[in-house]
Design a protein around this ligand. Structure first.
Ligand SMILES: Nc1ncnc2c1ncn2[C@@H]1O[C@H](COP(=O)(O)OP(=O)(O)OP(=O)(O)O)[C@@H](O)[C@H]1O
Ligand SMILES: [Mg+2]
Length: 351
């Protein structure tokens, strides 16, 4: 009997939606053969922490069953300022094997959590431009209990997690796969979900600066709820352009535009910090993803506000779409699937 080699799926467990994607090698490169999502109720995940495991596991089960996935390997991601630290640091030059042995010691001074409570990973970027005998390294620390919660939620739903990545890196992964390496350009990848904004400023495929802030599309939901005294479900409908009795659509746009200011200022603050404390590099443009990227007019207003081009991440520059999928749905929602697709690009054995 022959078994087809199993291709792992990417699962992005967000506070608003769980998203999943599978990318299969094809003649042209990669083909998207699975893309789906399922909503989570408010409060199931807060600040990147799973508050209600039962709800998350049953949503996952439902999504896998709907797509007839019985058992599969899965690649997950975590994010959130209270559970993940990504820091670019300078340390004495050494070989990768040496750093593997001394990373906990080197990392301790940079990590605001107990070193025993975190898993640590790193990527050596190369010789430091500023100091000789020093090298630039990206340090990544993730709380063990957070990883455990995500892994268990997925295991309980019948899938087997094989890699846990960071949402920011999943976005840069799918960006690079589609856009190549725009050499010398410094680009801000901004992924805005319901509850959070993941910022990753990259140059030459390397992260220069990453940040996570607890602000996202929920500010739109709350503004709509307050303005029109509607339920959270109705506010979600209104956001997507669906109608709700007694609420004029043009007033909804106004509520969204004015509350977006909070998100723009947050990004502006991070960019100001980057310019003042991290690097002299000029950020040339923003590439936007996450569910908030679907909001009509959001990217254009952001471009005006930040004074730089803002485009929505196109995941289909270099990826084809399987005919088996609902093309209209997938094309419309693809920016929201950026993390799931970036995860789906990874393969067992990748570091
Ligand atoms: N068509 C749409 N128009 C406007 N907003 C939308 C649309 N679709 C989804 N959103 C909003 O996008 C957000 C969800 O995006 P996403 O799935 O990227 O978030 P998440 O990953 O679940 O959240 P987080 O990463 O912050 O935990 C919600 O605020 C949702 O209301
Ligand atoms: Mg998200």
């Amino acid at each position: 009997m022959f078994f087809k080699k199993q291709i792992p799926i990417g699962i992005d467990i967000g506070s608003s939606y769980i998203k999943t994607a599978r990318l299969a090698p094809s003649k042209e490169g990669m083909e998207l053969t699975l893309f789906d999502y399922i909503a989570l109720p408010h409060g199931a995940i807060v600040d990147g922490i799973i508050e209600d495991r039962g709800i998350v596991t049953s949503a996952l089960e439902e999504m896998l069953a709907k797509n007839k996935i019985k058992s599969t390997e899965a690649i997950l991601s975590v994010a959130g300022h209270s559970s993940v630290i990504i820091k670019r640091v300078t340390m004495p030059t050494m070989k990768e094997e040496e750093l593997v042995n001394s990373i906990r010691f080197e990392a301790e001074q940079y990590i605001p959590f107990d070193i025993n409570d975190v898993n640590i990973d790193f990527q050596i970027l190369g010789e430091s431009a500023e100091e000789s005998g020093q090298m630039d390294v990206v340090l990544i620390a993730v709380k063990k209990n957070v990883i455990k919660d995500y892994v268990e939620a997925v295991e309980n739903a019948g899938a087997t997690p094989i890699i846990v990545d960071i949402a920011h890196f999943a976005v840069s992964n799918i960006f690079e796969y589609n856009y190549g390496n725009p050499e010398k350009e410094c680009i801000a990848l901004v992924n805005i979900g319901g509850n959070s904004t993941n910022l990753n400023i990259i140059k030459n495929d390397m992260p220069l600066f990453t940040r996570d802030t607890p602000i996202g599309g929920n500010v739109h939901t709350e503004a709509i709820m307050n303005e029109f005294s509607v339920t959270v479900e109705d506010a979600e409908r209104l956001k997507k352009g669906q109608s709700v009795e007694g609420v004029p659509p043009e007033n909804v746009s106004f509520a969204i535009i004015s509350s977006s200011e909070e998100i723009y200022s947050d990004i502006q603050r991070s960019m100001d910090f980057f310019r003042s404390s991290v690097s002299d590099e000029d950020i040339s443009r923003v590439v936007l993803s996450g569910g908030v990227a679907l909001t009509k007019g959001f990217a254009d207003t952001m471009a005006e506000r930040l004074g730089m081009p803002v485009e929505v991440l196109d995941v289909f520059k270099n990826i084809t779409l399987s005919e088996k999928l609902d093309g209209n749905m997938v094309r419309e929602l693809a920016p929201m699937g950026a993390v799931a697709m970036g995860l789906a690009l990874r393969r067992p054995g990748d570091r």
